[in-house]
Design a protein around this ligand. Structure first.
Ligand code: FES
Ligand SMILES: [Fe+2]
Length: 433
């Protein structure tokens, strides 16, 4: 449970709020590169951390991210003409380049140099891992470019997706770092039938065996292992042969998470606030050894981009249509009666309300990683207020080594040592019992 004051502290991210300032100290992904396909193509509206912005790709292919409001008298630059290395406002023709310089003011007095005094707010961008990233913090504090696992792979080996979520970012993040919902929210009744039991031995199991364990063993022992980048959430379930089924999800502050799936097929997600009542999930799947096939890309897109055909800006399954819940499927296929898996998560996090009132919650042992997330976000933002730099912004953390894991280990093996390659720091921390 949080006090109302602490709940507001952690959930508000506009400029000037402590959390908003923390988020602005990191590179944040905000748009797929494919969403700005063409030089001089149509600009795109972007709302990030409560700021209304416009993204555009100029004649040279450079991506600009600028304030939507024209600094002259505030007309929206979404309607601007994007050509010849800049956005030209359709009201009086003032024109801006990707760095926010006013490069033309055709309606000004001949000989005037007024345009040199005008600057449009703009943020630097980087394209990496099929996504456009921006940095919205102080210019002299800009960190090195993102170097997560997906940033290290060739683009062909990466699938990136972007989805709107209609609630505060923290609810969505807490859902990522909550291992005990697997046995209910994401369980399929078919998975309760024993299968692939030959994988009940140390090593990497099949997806089917992992689903059987997470579906049947509702209780998981949860440990949180502090690291230099955040923490590792370690969920251990007993197997029929007395082995330990271990799932490790990771958090890199402030909002990057690694979610385990069998055989290295986990995902990496971030949940960036659009504003205090909405966020967006940008997720990556990585294939270490080979490019994804066209078929794999199409199938990933068909599951993730379940947008409303009548309004492609909205998700198809959402609160105002009860997530198209199927009450018969709820009793015959899976408890939520909602499909696919991501939509199951959206339902439970969005129905808490735009910002959940955490003065009303009742946390139990399974929420240990959620408590730790709040503690770490609070500490990092309070430290920043006192001039202590947040973790990782100086390039000292080997983010590219961070991995989630889904594995079976022996009865006496130590789950804390599984896949701890992301640095020796992964052996620190307190075990929760
Ligand atoms: S409002 Fe944009 S040029 Fe005047
Ligand atoms: Fe989930």
């Amino acid at each position: 449970m949080l006090s109302q004051q602490e709940n507001e502290y952690l959930t508000h991210t506009n400029r000037g709020t402590p959390m908003g300032e923390l988020f602005r100290r990191y590179w944040q992904p905000f748009l797929l590169s494919d969403e700005l396909p063409d030089n001089d193509g149509a600009p795109v509206r972007v709302r990030l951390l409560g700021e209304d912005l416009i993204a555009f790709r100029d004649s040279d292919g450079r991506v600009g991210l600028v304030a939507e409001s024209c600094p002259h008298r505030g007309a929206s630059l979404f309607f601007a003409i994007n050509q010849e290395r800049g956005l030209m406002c359709i009201y009086h023709g003032w024109k801006y380049d990707v760095d926010g310089n006013c490069v033309d003011m055709p309606s000004d007095m001949p000989g005037s140099a007024f345009k040199e005094k005008v600057h449009l707010t703009s943020y630097p961008t980087i394209e990496s891992a099929r996504v456009i990233w921006t940095y919205m913090g102080p210019a002299d504090k800009q960190p090195p470019p993102p170097n997560y696992y997906m940033n290290m792979l060739p683009e062909e080996n990466v699938i990136a997706q972007r989805t709107p979520i209609y609630c505060n970012y923290l609810q969505s993040m807490e859902g990522n770092l909550d291992s005990t919902h697997l046995g209910t929210l994401h369980m399929y009744y078919d998975n309760l039938k024993p299968a692939d039991l030959e994988y009940d031995k140390p090593g990497h199991p099949t997806p089917r065996f992992s689903q059987y364990i997470t579906g049947t063993e509702k209780y998981a022992r949860i440990d949180v292992q502090d690291t230099d980048y955040g923490y590792r959430l370690i969920a251990v379930r007993k197997t029929p042969n007395g082995n330990q089924h271990v799932r490790i999800n990771c958090l890199a502050l402030p909002i990057m998470s690694w979610i385990a799936a069998p055989r290295g097929l986990g995902s990496i997600f971030t949940q960036l606030p659009i504003d205090d009542y909405n966020c967006m999930r940008i997720g990556w799947r990585c294939s270490p050894d080979r490019p994804f096939s066209d078929q794999e890309r199409t199938s990933a897109a068909s599951q993730s981009m379940m947008m409303d055909p009548n309004n492609p800006k909205l998700r198809l399954k959402r609160l105002d249509n009860d997530y198209l819940q199927d009450r018969a499927a709820q009793k015959s296929k899976h408890p939520p009666g909602i499909w696919p898996g991501a939509e199951q998560d959206y339902c439970v996090t969005e129905t808490m309300g735009p910002i959940y009132d955490r003065t009303k919650e009742h946390l139990y042992h399974g929420d240990a990683a959620i408590v730790r997330l709040r503690q770490m976000l609070g500490k990092a933002s309070r430290d920043l207020q006192e001039g202590i730099e947040p973790p990782g912004v100086n390039g000292e953390i080997a983010y590219h080594k961070i991995r989630s894991e889904d594995i079976v280990i022996g009865p006496d093996d130590d789950p804390w040592l599984v896949a701890a390659d992301a640095g020796e720091s992964a052996t620190r921390g307190q075990r929760l019992r």
